[in-house]
Design a protein around this ligand. Structure first.
Ligand code: GRG
Length: 304
């Protein structure tokens, strides 16, 4: 385990909610509703991105940026961009053509609140706006850094990352025989890639050396898998009141998951092992790793 100190849970939760508030303020500013008929898509974008949620990916951006003394303003811009991509993925994932979900973050899904076509456009709008934000001078003074952020987010969100993972997941619904290696690859693409971008973003903004980036990539890899195992556990053990979304979906669909393959107890043990491994990757840093250490623990102990 890393030598980093662990502050108490209350301090961590306060840091998480403070960062969420700050990033929401930035997103609120970035998405204002114009007059005219197009207002509806802006309202749907705001509904999707400003609704309740943990803002875990923005927090990872802020926590990794802290390692390299990156300005809060730069980190918040990237944090907002990554949350927009995350919110777009949830909106599209909930559509009738994909998961066909009515409930997300304890509220009607975007297509239920608006309509299918508006939800498709809201997702498209959020994805596009994320890149506009990264390319903006406010994000970083150095255009090379901005270009690297754009490229890294495109890789994480696109066909070699989240989109590829989502395709794999849709196909996996008909493949209950998938083994642990296949499930690990699926989740690395579907949820891990965006989590990895969030962790590496601080290093990109801070022009950090290669070994620092590698360490963050290792941390993110283990964290992403632990996050997914926790999500699979919540699908089995949680309630819609706790998670704000339907539960038991994987079992109903007969999908292969970490929990269906390993069982509840081994899956939980594996998640805790991954947290230890994630934290160990941070040993190369001299200071400021507490938030990342605590995030790893939070990810497996969370109840939502
Ligand atoms: C549609 C291209 C496209 C991709 C969708 C990420 C994803 C791919 C779908 C989400 C479906 C899902 C429930 C995945 C499990 C892991 C996950 C991303 C959970 C939701 O993230 P949280 O727990 O949610 O961070 P909040 O609401 O707190 O932001």
């Amino acid at each position: 385990m890393s030598s980093a100190t662990w502050t108490d849970d209350t301090a961590f939760e306060t840091a998480l909610s403070n960062a969420a508030r700050e990033v929401d303020t930035v997103m609120d500013r970035l998405i204002s509703v114009p007059p005219g008929p197009e207002a509806r898509v802006f309202e749907a974008m705001r509904y999707a991105v400003l609704g309740p949620g943990k803002r875990l990916r923005p927090f990872l951006v802020m926590a990794s940026a802290r390692l390299f003394a990156v300005s809060r303003r730069s980190a918040l811009q990237v944090a907002a961009a990554v949350e927009m991509v995350h919110a777009y993925s949830l909106v599209h994932d909930d559509l009738p053509a994909m998961d066909n979900s009515d409930l997300r973050r304890g509220r009607p899904t975007c297509h239920k609140q608006f309509d299918d076509a508006t939800a498709v456009l809201a997702g498209d709008g959020l994805l596009t706006l994320a890149f506009e934000v990264l390319a903006n001078r406010d994000t970083h003074g150095d255009p090379t850094v901005r270009c690297e952020l754009v490229s890294a987010l495109a890789l994480a969100a696109g066909d070699q990352g989240m989109v590829g993972g989502q395709m794999f997941d849709l196909i996996a619904e008909h493949r209950p025989d998938l083994d642990i290696g296949a499930i690990t690859r699926l989740q690395r693409l579907k949820t891990g890639a965006l989590i990895a971008f969030s962790c590496e973003a601080g290093a990109i903004l801070g022009k950090a050396p290669h070994d620092a980036r590698l360490a963050l990539r290792g941390y993110a890899h283990d964290l992403g898998l632990a996050f997914q195992i926790a999500d699979d556990l919540l699908d089995v053990e949680g309630t819609p009141e706790m998670t704000g979304k339907p539960v038991g979906q994987d079992v109903i669909a007969g999908k292969a998951t970490f929990v269906s393959i390993l069982g509840v107890e081994r899956a939980r043990a594996q998640a805790r092992l991954l947290v230890g491994q994630a934290v160990a990757h941070l040993d190369i840093f001299d200071a400021n790793t507490e938030l990342l250490c605590q995030t790893a623990r939070f990810v497996v102990e969370r109840r939502a």
